[in-house]
Design a protein around this ligand. Sequence first.
Ligand code: SAM
Length: 322
Amino acid sequence: MSTYKIASFFSGCGGMDLGTEGGFEFLGKKYTRLKTQTVFATDFDKDVCEIYNLNFKNKCLQADIRDIASSDVPDHDILTGGFPCQSFSVVAQNPKRLGYDDEKGKLFFEMCRVLKDKKPKAFVAENVKGLLSANKGETFPLILQEFENAGYHVSYQVMNASHFGVPQKRERVFIVGFRDKKASENFSFPTGTLKENLTPIKDILEDEIDEKYYFSERAVEGMKKSKNSKTMNKGRAQNINEPCNTVTSHLAKVSLNSTDPVLFEKDRYRMFTPREVARIQSFPENFKLLDGKGKNYRALGNAVAPVVMWHMTKNITKALEY
Ligand SMILES: C[S@@+](CC[C@H](N)C(=O)[O-])C[C@H]1O[C@@H](n2cnc3c(N)ncnc32)[C@H](O)[C@@H]1O
């Protein structure tokens, strides 16, 4: 059986990469080491690279993806990337095509560029579920088309992390492509096995919480007076008997008037600690974080849940082996 070489773009702190590698434990369950080897990881953000480099043998190259020539990316079998999707424009031609006029929207094409040049056996891209409905649903088929134009048989699915034992109702779209038609036919998206037995937040809470994670009385009063307080579900306090609502990088700016999940415990409101957010995302206990809050929240909130990616990678490598 082969070892599959992985190249990772937009690597962040490495949620996706931990999933593609495996060899970690989460809530007492072992996620075995997969037959993969990460040969390249890159992100342009200094802080996420720092977290990544604390945790992985293969180091994250800090660079803008637009400055990396395809020839600088080592040969690999699977390309992975949660490409940023802030904006795409659709050019009204016949047929319509994705616009190239926006800087951030361009990043997706960087994955296509390297797929065309390096021709790995497979790729997996991850994004927010909203990508499906962006630009009134016009963007997503064009993204699939671009991946097909790069030479891949493409399929996609929305996956809910909570169905895989992750204590979070995170829904993300995964796009998977294979160069080989037969491998593509062999592939099926992993189906969650734990829909009847979801992991509740109470399983991942820390016992000792530093005072800095509690909101001040003033913040609570402000939230209660705000005309949004009812619709805001009281600072989005989570039911600890259920998986958490989705955590995002916005946690770095969490307030009682934001839509980020918070906790109401012992008559007080508090934010999740970075370690709790890491657990909500299914990172193992030995995953190292930086000191402080903001940098960790941003990196963890952006990450792909490692457990979901582990299941995905198992199915991709299985499809390639025939
Ligand atoms: C959604 S996050 C990816 C998270 C990662 N897949 C994980 O699982 O931890 C997107 C990443 O793209 C990076 N990024 C955005 N623009 C970039 C660029 N031009 N070049 C390189 N990285 C970029 C951001 O710094 C961010 O870490």
